[in-house]
Write a protein that binds this ligand. Sequence first.
Ligand code: PMT
Length: 405
Amino acid sequence: MNVQGLTGARVLLGVSGGIAAYKAAELVRRLGDAGAEVRVVLTANAARFVTALTFQALSGNPVRSSLWDESAEAAMSHIELARWADEVLIAPASADCIARLAHGHADDLLTTICLASAAAVSVAPAMNQQMWAHAATQANLALLRERGVRVFGPGSGSQACGDIGAGRLLEAGAIVAELIAARGPRALAGLNFLVSAGPTYEDIDPVRFIGNRSSGRMGFAIAEAAAQQGAAVTLIAGPVALATPAGMTRVDVRSAREMRDAVLAQAARNDVFVSAAAVADFRPQIMAPQKLKKTGGALELSLVQNPDILAEVAALPQRPFLVGFAAETENVEEYARAKLERKRLDLIAANQVGAGLGFEQGDNALLLLWPGGGREQLARADKRDLARRLVARIGEQWRAAREHT
Ligand code: PMT
């Protein structure tokens, strides 16, 4: 599978005021082509040159331009936006925008986000050649570079004002290439990841089923983290109400048997299989063809065991690196260690489940165990943060296992 250079990256594109602002529309498309999810913030001056509607249509996301927009703040506050981004790219970056960034201003949405975000910041300057050459601009850029801000360009040539010289915004393709190069090789580039997520539903009759409370969040976060680290990801999703994270192939299934078929069809061509799905262990022996009617007495359901998907993948002649989960209500470490051995896994992520824990929550805590006594405790945190750390550990263990063989 062809892995795009920005697969899974969440890029916040800041557009500041200047005639080159119209070129940012092409940049949104190029970032999307490279696999990034893009959200756009326009400064007040940018909005004089270009419309929010253009960027909304191209990015597929609402565009923000004011710090004081109450409805937008209710949907995704500027702090959430700052946390959401893993790249802030400002293109075009005007002389004024560069000056305000250098001096830590926070008087509009874009500069506030830059201060509030831990994301890497890149600027692609665009301005008149005299403004570019001015000592103040160069000193501001030196300050930004010192703080780790990347500076892409500018190019040089004829300018909108009729001058000739340095200060032209780089072409969209060149900015994307600079961003990809600046991010460096990602740890999982070239690896194929198969991730299962969510519950399975086992039908009793056309309207009823046996299921569980898995929301799919943990598995989706793992798939997203692996894609962000450069892996080509296939996500096998049980019935959940979650959007597909950027840059992956998704296969929807309903029952454990459908999930098994989808996993087995993919397993051999993947390097890693992470089984985060809460697969139903049992299903009704017979699915009633019509809705079951009340009879006045007890209803007896005969249940049969579902296939153990992990065990079937473990038995394949060419098995991927196997990561299982253990959902336990007690004796978490002891039961998880036993599962690691019994299911012949390469790593297990154990979580305590129960009221307010594991299932359906936005956060979780994981205990990672691997053969030979390996152990890492991941304290309670947002599932996305945990997933990044789990995926980093999987990468490390996968490399160690490969060196061993
Ligand atoms: O989806 P969320 O709301 O975010 O909740 C996350 C979670 C709690 C569902 C997740 O963190 C989790 O623990 N997933 C595994 C749940 C589970 O089924 O655990 P288990 O201990 O019953 O199963 C052990 C392992 O065998 C799991 O990797 C499971 O995917 C796998 N399995 C189980 C049964 C089966 N028939 N086939 C399997 O492959």
